[in-house]
Write a protein that binds this ligand. Structure first.
Ligand code: NAG
Ligand code: NAG
Ligand code: NAG
Length: 375
């Protein structure tokens, strides 16, 4: 029958290379705390004796070579998902997954051929208890990922690349944090996402502070690629289609602009700007301009939204989260040629919610079957 040509062999090799490193790196393991360490063990400090300070780091660390080749190969996967379509749940964390018992109930009994889980866990932190159950062995090769820097974008792009290469059935790619919980059953979530041809990503225009965020890397640093009028703001919690996951890992020019350190930290939220800006510039019609991850900003604390404590978590809260409807970034403008009707009839349900404290897990588990996963 078919004998492999040298070309197809080469292609196969190129495709296999990143697959080989997909899960060979195990999740960071817990490092036992040394007695009397004064709690200083959370970072990777090699207690070296006093030495002359190291030279300052280069101003713009480029993404490492292995990321580049990973992204390049991932950008070449088939844009059409194989059957059955699957959901990729991508957790980006720097802490243990305290709420994992709820996710265990969520995935319990679910057909395993309909989803995949991926975890990006910054290796500079400790993870105890270690990832287990549905999360065990799902860590991808992870790197430091910090707020106020482009490393959070890199981590999300790395997750997308791994998920694209890992399973050709992955159709929708959802990014989640350790404080996120589901607020509908897996079946409901699966049907909602798999039926959609569009990504769900908040894309807001004319938000307060847009200019300062655009100029956070220096005046004109984003030019000529990203003009102020192209710059968008939105939640970093999105669900992208396979087509858009490919678009993100394939992007070089816009990423190059966002991969610059900020000169001001107070206006530096690259992950809330890169994805909405990229999707707005490349395929706004392919997106529902809203996030499906609920958050309460009515109580903001030092740049963080409201965090639910065990006292907040009851049937009323879950019911409110499920009945709230997202804010659409394009709702107030009629600049596009979408029919008014299409926009008026939108009523997408929130599928996930944040931020839930570590302590709220017992209350959540008690509500799991009768409130959270009841559909
Ligand atoms: C999973 O479902 C089975 C059968 O319904 C049940 O016995 C088990 O306790 C469940 N496990 C979890 C973690 O919910
Ligand atoms: C799981 O889903 C796949 C694809 O839809 C199907 O072929 C398989 O029979 C299902 N397995 C179970 C146990 O339902
Ligand atoms: C909507 O369209 C009308 C008529 O074209 C125009 O007058 C109005 O300013 C537009 N509104 C917005 C918010 O763009």
């Amino acid at each position: 029958m078919l004998s492999p040509s040298p070309l197809s062999l080469l292609c196969a090799l190129l495709l296999c290379f990143p697959l080989a490193i997909l899960f060979t790196i195990t999740c960071p393991t817990a490092v036992p705390t040394t007695a009397g360490g004064g709690g200083s063990t959370s970072r990777l400090n090699n207690d070296t004796p006093e030495s002359p300070p190291p030279p300052p780091p280069p101003p713009r660390p480029p993404i490492s070579k292995d990321d580049e080749s990973l992204l390049r190969v991932a950008a070449r996967v088939n844009p059409r998902p194989t059957s059955p379509r699957k959901l990729a749940f991508m957790f980006l964390t720097t802490t243990p997954l305290w709420l994992s018992p709820l996710w265990e109930v969520y995935f319990n009994g679910t057909n395993k051929s309909l989803y995949n889980i991926y975890v990006h866990a910054d290796p500079s932190f400790e993870y105890y208890p270690p990832f287990s159950g549905v999360f065990s062995g799902r860590c991808i090769l992870s790197k430091p990922s910090l707020r106020y820097s482009p490393t959070l974008i890199s981590a999300a792009r790395r997750l997308l690349a791994h998920a694209l290469l890992d399973d050709s059935g992955n159709y929708m790619f959802a990014i989640l944090s350790p404080s996120c919980v589901p607020i509908h059953s897996f079946d409901f979530t699966y049907k909602t996402l798999v039926r959609s041809k569009k990504s769900f990503i908040e894309i807001l225009q004319n938000e307060p502070g847009t200019y300062d965020r655009w100029a956070a890397r220096g005046q004109d640093a984003m030019l000529p690629v990203v003009r102020l009028e192209d710059f968008r703001i939105g939640s970093q919690f999105w669900v992208l289609t396979r087509k858009h996951a490919r678009l993100v890992v394939d992007d070089e020019s816009i990423w190059d602009k966002f991969n610059q350190p900020c000169t001001r930290e107070d206006t530096c939220y690259p992950e809330e700007n890169y994805f909405p800006t990229l999707l707005h510039m490349r395929d706004p019609r392919g997106c529902v301009h809203a996030t499906l991850t609920h958050v309460d900003w009515s109580v903001s604390n030092d740049g963080h939204p409201r965090e639910y404590t065990p006292f907040d978590v009851g049937p009323e809260l879950i019911s409110k989260l499920r009945s709230d409807r997202p804010r659409y970034g394009d709702g107030g403008s009629n600049g596009s040629d979408w029919s008014v009707r299409e926009r008026r009839d939108r009523h997408h349900p929130f599928l996930f919610a944040r931020k839930f404290s570590r302590e709220s897990i017992d209350r959540l588990l008690r509500l799991a079957n009768d409130d959270i996963l009841k559909d």
